[in-house]
Design a protein around this ligand. Structure first.
Ligand SMILES: Cc1ncc(C[n+]2csc(CCOP(=O)(O)OP(=O)(O)O)c2C)c(N)n1
Ligand code: SF4
Length: 289
């Protein structure tokens, strides 16, 4: 029998090179705790990321990791899950990775409902490339690419993923690591695509109002507010407040999960296998009439 796993079993020997105080340290610990609670050994987990400070995260775990190209963790994670449905597949990255260059992939992973848990470390800035505007930066933000304040409004990741039809949409922060670990665990247990937006502060280039101390004061737990996570319209209304209020918890959890694409694909393969010609007869298809 498998010995009980602990968070330290998911900690690799690599020392994170994030700036001291970066929110991603807390996200890493929360993921390690969640994986220990799930209890699948590291070799049964594929952890895919894009490029960015946040996307270094798989390397700091003992799971199989794939640091792909900027904006491409979701297509690669989908391919892995379809090829090896028995694996637990996680995808992670930054807000730029997920909602700017990679934004076009989100709708499609949602509509396919592939059983992947996608964690976005949303620091509202490009951290790795030294502080350019990101798609979730607030309007007016002064950055190296917007020295007089940005003219653009942010996209709303919670609202867009809800509108695409995701079955599990949550938000957390490393300011409450135990709650974040629980959200990640729930997302992994949800049988379908799960999205967790994490307000993970960039202490070097990010806004001073979004640091852990300010988050601790601002966060409001959705359950404590009486939100019923099966109420989709209620979830939309709360998600509208992205950027103004820091709601944490599950915005929406589909009460009855829909079939996953890897499940449907397995059924289709079984059906086609029944009708398939024996290998020895395949060449007969090309025989002249
Ligand atoms: C195709 C491509 N375009 C641009 C880049 C440069 N680049 C690397 S990381 C990054 C953005 C990082 O921001 P984010 O995804 O929000 O992650 P963070 O570093 O803030 O965690 C960019 C633009 C790249 N590596 N590849
Ligand atoms: S630049 Fe920002 S996001 Fe990157 S490691 Fe430093 S604090 Fe974290």
């Amino acid at each position: 029998m498998q010995a009980t796993l602990q968070a330290k079993d998911f900690k690799s020997d690599l020392k994170p090179i994030w700036c001291p105080g970066c929110g991603d340290f807390g996200v890493l610990s929360a993921i390690q705790r969640a994986l220990a609670a799930i209890g699948r050994p590291p070799h049964e987990i594929a952890f895919v990321s894009g490029i960015g400070c946040s996307s270094r995260i798989p390397g700091y775990t003992t799971a199989y990791g794939f640091n792909t190209i900027h904006g491409r963790p979701l297509p690669i994670a989908q391919g892995i899950k379809l090829a090896k449905p028995e694996l637990l597949v996680l995808a992670a990255g930054g807000d730029g990775d997920g909602f700017s260059i990679g934004g076009g992939h989100v709708a499609h992973v949602v509509r396919r409902n592939i059983d992947i848990t996608y964690i976005v470390m949303d620091n509202q800035i490009y951290g790795l490339t030294k502080g350019q505007l990101s798609p979730t930066s607030p309007r007016g933000l002064k950055s190296v690419t917007s020295p007089y304040g940005s003219l653009e409004g942010p996209i709303n990741p919670l609202l867009s993923v809800l509108a695409y039809g995701a079955g599990y949409v949550a938000q957390g922060t490393p300011a409450d690591m135990a709650a974040l670990a629980k959200l990640i665990e729930d997302g992994i247990r949800y049988p379908g695509f799960a999205f967790i937006n994490v307000q993970s502060p960039c202490i070097t280039y990010g806004s001073v109002d979004a640091q852990l101390k300010q988050q601790k004061a601002a966060m409001q737990d959705l359950r404590a507010l009486g939100h019923d996570s099966s109420n989709k319209l209620g979830a939309y209304a709360l998600a509208e407040e992205y950027g103004t209020k820091l709601y944490t918890g599950v915005f929406y959890r589909k009460p009855v999960a829909e079939p996953t694409m890897e499940g449907l694909a397995a059924e289709r393969h079984a059906m086609l296998r029944e009708k398939a010609l024996p290998k020895s007869d395949i060449l007969k298809l090309f025989a002249p009439a």
